[in-house]
Design a protein. Structure first.
Length: 109
């Protein structure tokens, strides 16, 4: 994990033991099938890979437009962009869960 990412997490009150983090690995069909939600952070880089190796999954993946640290110029702040995108995703998931709970409550009455 990039040192900048570790610092950003610490700045947000999150501590990790980098020695216990899993190593990046190549995605497989099995991993994709097990996922409820798939996000590819850098659409420009990842969409062609998905299209090449897993074309049937392209429409099922949420592609974000966030470059890695050091890419995209000075105006690009990937950590802030990621933070905003994750917060938006959490809001969507919470809203969806609330909708499911309400729907289930009315369905059972």
């Amino acid at each position: 994990m990039a040192a900048e990412a570790i610092v950003a997490l610490r700045d947000r009150g999150l501590e990790l033991d980098c020695a216990t983090l899993p190593q990046p690995r190549q995605v497989t069909e099995v991993i994709l099938r097990k996922a409820n939600l798939i996000v590819a952070v850098d659409a420009h880089t990842h969409r062609p890979m998905v299209r090449d190796k897993f074309p049937e999954w392209e429409s099922k993946i949420e592609f974000w437009e966030i470059k890695d640290l050091g890419e995209g110029g000075l105006a690009h702040a990937p950590i802030s962009l990621l933070e905003n995108a994750v917060e938006d995703l959490l809001d969507q998931l919470i809203a969806h869960q609330l909708t499911v709970n309400v729907d289930n409550r009315f369905a059972s009455t």
